[in-house]
Design a protein around this ligand. Structure first.
Ligand code: SF4
Length: 353
C-alpha cells in the first residue's frame, strides 16, 4: 500500500480514507515522515520553515456556548466575566507593538449575547484606522455565525458588513472536531457542521480571507478525526482552495469539565503528517508552537511548512499552555531540528484574488 500512496502523492492525487488510516495507524514513523515530506515538496522546499509573530487578543471571556472542553469562558452573570473597553484593547496592542513587534493579532472571544455584529464592525473599523500597519484576524467563524444571529442578519449580509468596515480576515477557529456527533457530545451550544461551513462559505464568497483549523486530543474517535478531514478536503475543493492554511493544535485538559490527559508529541506528529498527505489541496500546513512548545518544530519534518511564535492566548493558557517570549531560544530549537526559520509576511487573502 505504501508504494501506491507514494505514487499518488507524486502525481498529486488524493489518497483514500483507508490509505490515510493505514498511514496513521500502521506505517513506520520513518515511512510516514518521508511521505509527508514528499507531499510538502509539492508546494515547498523540504527545508521550508516560515513564521509570524502573533498574538491573540481575548477581548471578552463572556460566552453562552458552555463547551465542556473550555477553560476560558464565564457566563454573563458570573463575576469572572469581562469585556475589554476600546482603551483596554489599544493599551494591550500598544504594549505588544512596543515589546514584540507582532505581524498579526487575532481577536478571539466568546458567544457574548450582548454584542451584535454591528458592534464588532464599528469596533474593527476604529482599530483599522488606528493600526493601519498591523494585520488582524477578526472573529472566528463560530463567533461570526453567533453574532449574525444576534443581529438577525443572513451570513452573507453579515460578511458584507464586516467587509465594508475593512475586515480582511476571519479565522476558522471554533472548528475543533467538525463532526456533529462530537459537537453534540462536547459543545452542543456551538453550531452544527453544516452551519459552520455555511459561515465559512459566506465569508469566502464576500471575499474575506479565512483559514482551516482542527484541535485533537479530546475524546474524539479516529473515525471522527477522519470525518473532519474528509469534509474539509471536499469543502476546500468546492471553494477552489480559498482557505489559506490548515492549522492543527492539541487540546489542553486543565481547569475544565472534560479534563483528560494530553496526547504525546509522537501522536501529534503522526497526525500532522497524515493531514499533510490527506489534505493535498492545502498549500500551507502549520504546526502549533502555542500548544506543543519546542515539540512543534519537529512538525516541520512531518509536513508542516509554517508556524507562529505566540505572544499571548488566554484561552489555551487557562487550559495549561505555557508561552515563552524567548523567541531566539525557540528559533534555536527550530534550527536544531534542521530548519532555517524565515520570518514571512502575512499571506495574501486568497478570497480576494
Ligand atoms: S470554546 Fe469558545 S464557544 Fe466554547 S465555551 Fe469556550 S469561548 Fe465559548
Amino acid at each position: 500500500m505504501l508504494e501506491l500512496i507514494r505514487k499518488k502523492i507524486e502525481q498529486n492525487k488524493s489518497i483514500s480514507e483507508d490509505e490515510a488510516y493505514f498511514l496513521y495507524k500502521e506505517a513506520a514513523t520513518e515511512d510516514l515522515k518521508e511521505c509527508a515530506q514528499l507531499a510538502k515538496n509539492k508546494y515547498h522546499t523540504k527545508e521550508a520553515a516560515t513564521y509570524l509573530v502573533m498574538s491573540i487578543l481575548n477581548y471578552t471571556n463572556i460566552c453562552v456556548a458552555g463547551c465542556k472542553y473550555c477553560s476560558f469562558y464565564a457566563y454573563p452573570h458570573q463575576k469572572e466575566g469581562y469585556l475589554l473597553t476600546y482603551e483596554e484593547v489599544t493599551k494591550k496592542l500598544d504594549l505588544w507593538i512596543e515589546k514584540f513587534n507582532p505581524d498579526l493579532v487575532s481577536f478571539n472571544g466568546g458567544f457574548h449575547p450582548g454584542l451584535k455584529l454591528e458592534d464588532y464592525a464599528s469596533f474593527f473599523e476604529k482599530i483599522h484606522n488606528n493600526y493601519p500597519n498591523l494585520t488582524f484576524y477578526e472573529m472566528t467563524v463560530a463567533e461570526f455565525i453567533f453574532s449574525c444571529k444576534r443581529s438577525k442578519l443572513s451570513l452573507h449580509a453579515g460578511a458584507r458588513l464586516l467587509k465594508n468596515s475593512g475586515t480582511e480576515w476571519v479565522t476558522g477557529g471554533g472548528a475543533e472536531i467538525l463532526v456533529d456527533s462530537f459537537r453534540k457530545r462536547q459543545s452542543p451550544g456551538k453550531f452544527s457542521v453544516e452551519e459552520y461551513y455555511d459561515g465559512q462559505q459566506a465569508i469566502i464568497e464576500e471575499k474575506i480571507g479565512s483559514t482551516a483549523t482542527m484541535v485533537i486530543g479530546f475524546d474524539e474517535s479516529l473515525e471522527e478525526r477522519f470525518e473532519h478531514l474528509r469534509v474539509l478536503r471536499n469543502f476546500q475543493s468546492k471553494m477552489d482552495n480559498k482557505l489559506a492554511s490548515f492549522l492543527c493544535w492539541t487540546y489542553k485538559p486543565y481547569n475544565n469539565e472534560l479534563g483528560g490527559t494530553e496526547i504525546s508529541n509522537e501522536e501529534y506528529l503522526r497526525w500532522l503528517a497524515t493531514c499533510r498527505i490527506y489534505l493535498n489541496n492545502f498549500k500551507h500546513l502549520r504546526t502549533s508552537v502555542l500548544t506543543r512548545n519546542e515539540g512543534a518544530f519537529e512538525g516541520l519534518a512531518f509536513g508542516a511548512n509554517d508556524f507562529d511564535l505566540p505572544i499571548e492566548d488566554e484561552v489555551t493558557q487557562k487550559a495549561g499552555s505555557t508561552i515563552s517570549h524567548e523567541f531566539d531560544e525557540l528559533l534555536e530549537f527550530c534550527k536544531k531540528s534542521g530548519f532555517t526559520p524565515v520570518r514571512r509576511k502575512v499571506f495574501k487573502n486568497p478570497s480576494a484574488i
